[in-house]
Design a protein around this ligand. Structure first.
Ligand code: ATP
Ligand code: MG
Length: 423
């Protein structure tokens, strides 16, 4: 097979228009037909490594399904490749790969058939010509011979390709310690060439760390909290409490939209929508109003925990951060926490609002979170809620609810509306 079309066209362009001509970034992108996926933390997981790699492959498949074009995702000898089988949009594919936790780097790859060393040299010269229009750079060739019957060993490939490049581009220099360009050549059935690394999101592949139940409101914080726990490999289910007709259909839709945005990173989310109206009204009727929020939040946690246990979640997640509002003082958090037996993960606990907003912007939930729809917590909120709730008093006031609360909770659970949210 001859040198691939893109290389011929690029070489021709270079020779027609002269060395000064710079290939645009857009032209460069067209030459890549695959991505090598780098992963950091999961590389050190010993015997379980294949489980982590398999989870990563699954998440990558989920991410590239959203892209135009068809892709093959393969795992071979400690490498994961995403190969395009059809035309595809480079930027869109990279954006989607950037949502896959566990990826530390995305390397755009050019691959060629093995047609002997001379052809390899030509292909590399064309590659460098296209990707690095400025030639006054240092480089190092880093060959890896995964196919051992290749006639040259890695050292021979390194020095051979190094000389070919120095002949073609005398302005370039070799630097084996801190090269500006690390030119990687992997010899497999085909030969893979790459030198660029686009940073991935890091973290661990979703699905390697069990599952947790996110209390998802329409605010800024809880979507970010879900994102952060998912980043550590945890699969996310969610629960949303609404209070129709006090909260609208649009407020609920906003939460579904937020779950959808988060699901870009987490994979499909099972969202449980719980009608909380009668419980809230009953608490409103029976308990002191300055304790409403705390007592309500204790019931939210109880119900969330019930669903969590039924769906094999190993913990709850909230978007709480110390001192942000009255219900998030240390005293209030202790009162809310007391009703839970599962661990409650609060990844934003030490974050300032601005830090949370930064992440919300980065993951694209912020604009949706600030849409002005009512939340069930704010509708029944007291003017002066307690900031230092006394647990004994709270428990005593919850006794006022004894007559009907169990039945109301049961009804709420029975009417759980499950929405499966995905991209
Ligand atoms: P957020 O921005 O996430 O709404 P917030 O700053 O408004 O948080 P609170 O209203 O006190 O804070 O809620 C604290 C946490 O309780 C939320 O981060 C969320 O995890 C959970 N929560 C609050 N309201 C609801 C709701 N209606 N449904 C589900 N979870 C909720
Ligand atoms: Mg809120």
């Amino acid at each position: 097979m001859p040198v691939p079309q893109y290389l011929i066209s690029c070489t021709m362009l270079l020779s027609v228009e002269g060395r000064e001509r710079k290939c645009s970034r857009e032209e460069q992108k067209k030459m890549f037909t695959a991505f090598l996926i780098k992963y950091a933390e999961i590389g050190v997981k010993g015997k379980n490594r294949y489980l982590f790699e398999e989870a990563l492959v699954q998440q990558i498949k989920y991410a590239v399904k959203r892209c135009d074009g068809e892709f093959k995702v393969t795992r071979t000898q400690g490498r994961i490749y995403v190969e395009a089988l059809t035309d595809f949009d480079f930027d869109e594919t990279v954006e989607n790969l950037k949502t896959v936790f566990g990826i530390s780097g995305i390397c755009p790859v050019v691959y060629i058939e093995d047609e002997g060393f001379e052809k390899l040299g030509q292909a590399i010269v064309a590659y460098m010509g296209e990707v690095y229009p400025e030639k006054n750079k240092t480089f190092k060739v880093n060959a890896r011979r995964a196919r051992k019957n290749y006639p040259l060993n890695s050292m021979e490939i390194n020095s051979g390709i190094g000389s070919v490049l120095l002949d073609a581009y005398p302005e370039m220099k070799v630097d084996v310690h801190t090269p500006q360009i690390m030119l990687n050549i992997e010899i497999r059935e085909k030969i893979y060439i790459y030198s660029e690394v686009i940073p991935g999101p890091g973290g661990m592949p979703v699905g390697t760390g069990g599952k947790a139940m996110l209390l998802l409101s329409g605010g800024i914080d809880s979507p970010v909290a879900g994102y952060m726990i998912a980043k550590r490999g945890v699969k996310i289910d969610a629960v949303y409490f609404h209070a129709p007709p006090y909260t609208s259909e649009r407020a609920k839709q906003k939460v579904v939209d937020l779950a959808k945005l988060v699901s870009r990173y987490t994979g499909p989310i099972y969202l449980h929508v719980i009608n909380f109206t009668d419980i809230q009204l009953y608490i409103y009727e029976k308990c002191p109003h300055d304790e409403l929020t705390i007592i309500m939040r204790r019931y939210m946690m109880r119900i969330a925990e019930h669903i969590a246990k039924e769906t094999e979640c190993l913990g709850l997640i909230t978007g709480e951060s110390i001192g942000q509002v009255a219900s998030q003082t240390m005293h209030s958090l202790a009162a809310t926490n007391e009703v839970c037996t599962l661990p409650v993960y609060r990844p934003l606990i030490g974050f300032d609002k601005m830090e949370i907003v930064d992440i919300a912007e980065k993951i694209n939930t912020y604009e949706t979170s600030i849409l002005p729809f009512e939340d069930c917590c704010t509708i029944f909120v007291a003017k002066h809620p307690v900031t230092k709730p006394n647990l004994n008093i709270i428990r005593r006031h919850e006794e006022n609810l004894e007559e009907k609360i169990e039945e109301l909770v049961e009804t709420a659970l029975k009417n759980d509306e499950l929405i499966i949210v995905h991209q």
